[in-house]
Design a binder for this molecule. Structure first.
Ligand code: AMP
Ligand code: GLY
Length: 423
C-alpha cells in the first residue's frame, strides 16, 4: 500500500513510525513532514491546507490511504475534499470535525445529550458576556470558540481578569475569528486525562490513557503550550473511571454525533477532568493528541493500518485493540522561550544514539535539514520517549535519554510525570 500522512509535527512522526511498522505499507509520503519523518517517509513540499494540491498528489501517486494528523485541515474539510475525488482518507468529515472546531458546538452537543461537562454559557456579544460575568463565581474559564493552538483558554481568578479576558478574545481578537464567539464555563478541579479513541461512525474503541502537561514551566506555571510532555497510562484512570466514561461519555458522544447527522470517523480525543463529582469532558479534539500520540502509539500492538481501514469501512466492532502492559513517558525538548519568542536554526546533535536503543524514540516536532545537518525549526523541537515496565522506570529512562540530545537553546520541563508519585 501507498500511504500519505498530512502534517509535520511529533504526532505525525509517531503516526509515520507506526505506519512504517505495518507490513502493508510499501511506500509512505508525508506532506509537508519534517527531518525525522524523512527517515520513514518521502516528504513532499505541500502544505496541510492545500487540499487541491494534496488530492492531486494522492491521485497522481495512487495513494491507497491518506491519514490526516492535524486539526486545521480536518476542521477545514480536507476529508470531504479527498472523498469528493474518490480518495480513501482517515479522519472525520468537516461536519464531524466541528466537535473540535467549535467549542460552542461541542458544549451544546454535550448539554443536549446529557454528557457530563462543566456548566457554561456561549456568547457572541461581548457586552452580554461582561454582564454575565458580574454575577458569576470566580475562578471562571473563558474559551475562544474556534481553533487557537490550544492557547485560547483563559483561566481567570478575578472579575477584573475575566473582563480583561473578554476584551482579549472578543475585542482585541488575539486569536482572530476564533474569538467571535466564546464559551464561559465553570472552573473545575481534578486530575486531567486524555483518552484517544478510534471511531467508525458508530463504534468507538479507546486506546490506553495518557496525561499531558500543557503549561510551559515546572509546577504547571507559565503559559499554555501545545504540550510539554506526556505519560501513559494514567494511574488515575482506573477501571471504574473507564467504565463510567464508556457508559456516559464515549458511546453517548458517538451516538449524539450520529443522531445529529454528523457521524464521527477517525480519532476522537476526549480531554477529561476527574472531578469530585465524577469525570467530566473538558474538550474534544478530532485527531490524535500531540504529544499524546507519542506515548500511546509505541504501546499499541495492533497494525495501525488495519485499525484505520476498519474505521473507514465501518468495521471497527470487529477489531480488538491491544496495548503493551508497560508504560511510556515523553519529555518535549523545546526552544527556550517557547511558546513566545525563541530562536531557531541550531544544529541538533545526538539523534543517532536513539537508533541503537530498543524502547527509546525521538519524535521530531520542529526540525529541518540544513545541508546534511538537522537543525531546530520550531518551538517544540523533539519528543524524547522511553518505555519502561512501569511509569517510574519509563520516566527515568526518558529523562536519561534527554541528555543524549544537544542543541543551543534546549529547554525542557523537569517534572513531567510528577503526578505518578502521587498515585
Ligand atoms: P481545553 O483546550 O478546553 O482542553 O483547555 C485547555 C486547558 O485549560 C485544559 O487542559 C485545562 O487544564 C484547562 N481548562 C479548560 N477548561 C477548564 C475548566 N472548566 N476548569 C478548569 N480548567 C480548565
Ligand atoms: N496535547 C494536547 C493536544 O494535542 O491538543
Amino acid at each position: 500500500m501507498k500511504v500519505l500522512i498530512v502534517g509535520s509535527g511529533g504526532r505525525e512522526h509517531a503516526i509515520a513510525w507506526a505506519v512504517a511498522k505495518s507490513p502493508k505499507a510499501d511506500k509512505i509520503y508525508c506532506a509537508p513532514g519534517n527531518a525525522g519523518i524523512a527517515e520513514f517517509a518521502e516528504c513532499v513540499d505541500i502544505g496541510a491546507m492545500e487540499f487541491e494540491k494534496l488530492a492531486a498528489f494522492a491521485k497522481e501517486k495512487e495513494i491507497d490511504l491518506t491519514i490526516i494528523g492535524m486539526d486545521d485541515p480536518l476542521v477545514g474539510g480536507i476529508v470531504d475534499a479527498f472523498e469528493a475525488e474518490g480518495l480513501r482518507v482517515f479522519g472525520p468529515r468537516k461536519n464531524a470535525a466541528i466537535i473540535e472546531g467549535s467549542k460552542a458546538f461541542s458544549k451544546d452537543l454535550m448539554k443536549k445529550y446529557h454528557i457530563p461537562t462543566a456548566a457554561y454559557e456561549n456568547f457572541t456579544d461581548p457586552d452580554a458576556a461582561l454582564t454575565y460575568l458580574e454575577t458569576a463565581k470566580m475562578p471562571i474559564v473563558l474559551k475562544a470558540d474556534g481553533l487557537a493552538l490550544g492557547k485560547g483558554v483563559l483561566i481567570c481568578n478575578t472579575l477584573e481578569e475575566a473582563k480583561a479576558g473578554v476584551k482579549t478574545l472578543m475585542l482585541d481578537k488575539q486569536f482572530g475569528d476564533a474569538g467571535n464567539e466564546i464559551v464561559i464555563e465553570e472552573f473545575m478541579t481534578g486530575r486531567e486525562v486524555s483518552v484517544l479513541a478510534y471511531c467508525d461512525g458508530k463504534t468507538i474503541k479507546c486506546m490506553t490513557s495518557a496525561q499531558d502537561h500543557k503549561r510551559a514551566k515546572d509546577g504547571d506555571q507559565g503559559l499554555n503550550t501545545g504540550g510539554m510532555g506526556t505519560f501513559s497510562p494514567s494511574p488515575f484512570y482506573t477501571k471504574e473511571v473507564e467504565e463510567f466514561c464508556e457508559k456516559y461519555i464515549y458511546q453517548p458522544t458517538m451516538d449524539a454525533m450520529a443522531a445529529e447527522g454528523r457521524p464521527f470517523t477517525g480519532i476522537l480525543f476526549t480531554g477529561l477532568m476527574l472531578t469530585e463529582d465524577g469525570p467530566k469532558v473538558l474538550e474534544y479534539n478530532a485527531r490524535f493528541g500531540d504529544p499524546e500520540a507519542q506515548v500511546v502509539l509505541p504501546r499499541m500492538k495492533n497494525d495501525i493500518i488495519d485499525v484505520m481501514e476498519a474505521c473507514i469501512d465501518g468495521k471497527l466492532s470487529e477489531v480488538e485493540l491491544e496495548f503493551e502492559d508497560n508504560a511510556a513517558v515523553c519529555v518535549v525538548l523545546a526552544s527556550d522561550g517557547y511558546p513566545e519568542k525563541y530562536d531557531k536554526g541550531f544544529e541538533i546533535k545526538g539523534l543517532d544514539t536513539f537508533k541503537e536503543k530498543d524502547g527509546y524514540y525521538v519524535f521530531h516536532a520542529g526540525t529541518k535539514f540544513d545541508g546534511d545537518k538537522i537543525v531546530t525549526n520550531g518551538g517544540r523541537v523533539l519528543g524524547v520517549v522511553a518505555k519502561g515496565n512501569d511509569l517510574k522506570t519509563a520516566r527515568a529512562n526518558a529523562y536519561a535519554a534527554t541528555d543524549w540530545i544537544d542543541f543551543a537553546n534546549k529547554y525542557k520541563r523537569n517534572d513531567i510525570g510528577k503526578a505518578i508519585d502521587e498515585a
